[in-house]
Write a protein that binds this ligand. Structure first.
Ligand code: MLT
Length: 393
């Protein structure tokens, strides 16, 4: 039996599991310290009332023979796909219901979509980057070319015509940097992908945080339906990190190498996936009701206020950062040219605050650090006060 040896080339543990282990050790050795976690981008507010009510009534439906549901459509119930379609329409994007595939989250689909592409394709990935894009390709042994995101380009790299690639990853609003591409910049990516015949895998998991005149979807850009797949999620938008629901948009017009990606994805999903539980999809559909929209906006404002408090503290301290606006992430430059993991240890020990070392997102992340705005309001304030009181000299 031969094993997939590519697994020997991925880091021994996933970044966030590694951090969790370090924090667990610290807490074991310092049981009296109240640690505030601003590391993994996990939400802290409960599901909104509209979602909970809808899920309760879905549970009741499951208890009666007449309304009980067994297997659902693998690509998601029509009621949810239609709500998603209307949501896109409200941002001037027309989709066909059959271009929308409901899933258990963007992370799974971002990994699973690679089933559709040849192992010999070359991926173009920004550095720093959400580790899932890199690790899933390393696991299959695919070649990765990195593009530099740095202070000079505002962590928003643009296409380089001299670089040839087949699969391009873009995340905007970006994880980990919080930077957001504007319309012109995304158009450059779409034009480039069309020119070189590449597919763009566009991660829009943080679109709900956009408040300025910036694109929320790659499909707001002309030509994108001929070169892009979009991944989105209810996790950050509506607090579904533990409930699990997302969606992927695969346009019917996506043709590569004589094959249709929409048909291939449908075939893949119907074979390898049994769909998201009815109760969860019912809850997700409530996000798009008038009541649901108002309630999730309230939660998003809560997190945005955290981001504002964080940004203000860093400004007062004279620390350089991106994000915090149109994004739940703040990407800061470690004071005194400290290395990311040294800053992680210092913050944990001196402020009992957990963040994510930039180096965990790639070599260009060295010297940077990510904080999330998904925490509790009081904890966020306390954490920032503690950080402010550390002497970094
Ligand atoms: C993160 O902290 O980067 C995200 O929470 C991870 C994820 O969404 O999978």
């Amino acid at each position: 039996m031969k094993i997939n040896k590519n697994y020997a080339n991925v880091a021994e543990s996933y970044l966030f599991s590694d951090i969790a282990k370090r924090v667990e050790n610290f807490t074991k050795n310092n049981p009296d310290k109240k640690v505030i976690k601003m590391g993994i981008g996990d939400v802290t507010l409960p599901l909104c009332d509209a979602v909970i009510k809808k899920m309760h009534s879905a549970v009741d439906e499951m208890s009666k023979k007449e309304t009980f549901k067994g297997y659902g459509p693998e690509q998601g119930y029509a009621f949810l796909r239609n709500s998603i379609k209307d949501y896109y329409k409200s941002h001037n994007v027309e989709l066909d219901e059959n271009e929308i595939f409901v899933s258990d989250g963007a992370k799974s689909d971002l990994g699973n979509i690679l089933d559709l592409f040849d192992k010999d394709n070359v991926c173009l990935v920004p550095d720093p980057v959400y580790p899932v894009y890199v690790d899933t390709n390393v696991m299959t042994g695919r070649k990765i070319v990195f593009m530099n995101a740095n202070e000079d380009n505002g962590f928003l790299p643009l296409p380089d015509k001299n670089v040839k690639c087949d699969i391009i990853y873009i995340c905007s609003p970006n994880n980990p940097t919080g930077a957001v591409y504007n319309y012109e910049q995304l158009k450059m990516w779409v034009d480039y992908a069309l020119e070189v015949g590449a597919v763009i895998l566009f991660d829009s998991a943080y679109e709900a945080f956009v408040e300025d005149d910036l694109p929320r979807s790659i499909f707001e850009i002309d030509g994108a339906k001929k070169c892009a797949v979009e991944f989105c999620s209810f996790s950050k938008t509506a607090g579904f990190t533990g409930t699990r629901c997302g969606y992927t948009v695969v346009p019917k017009t996506l043709e590569f190498d004589g094959m249709n990606l929409n048909k291939m994805w449908l075939r893949r999903q119907t074979t390898k996936f049994n769909g998201v539980p009815y109760i969860v999809q019912a809850g997700a559909s409530a996000v798009f009701t008038k009541e649901g929209q108002a309630q999730i906006k309230e939660a998003l404002s809560y997190y945005k206020e955290n981001a504002r408090v964080m940004a203000k503290t860093l400004e007062d301290m004279g620390i350089w950062f991106t994000g915090g606006k149109n994004s739940p992430y703040i990407w800061l430059k470690c004071p005194n040219n400290m290395k990311s993991w040294d800053f992680f240890d210092l913050l944990l020990e001196k402020a009992n605050v957990v963040g994510t070392p930039g180096a965990g997102f790639g070599k260009n992340g060295e010297g940077f650090f990510r904080l999330t705005a998904f925490g509790d309001k009081e904890n966020t304030k306390t954490a920032m006060e503690r950080i402010k009181s550390i002497s970094f000299s």
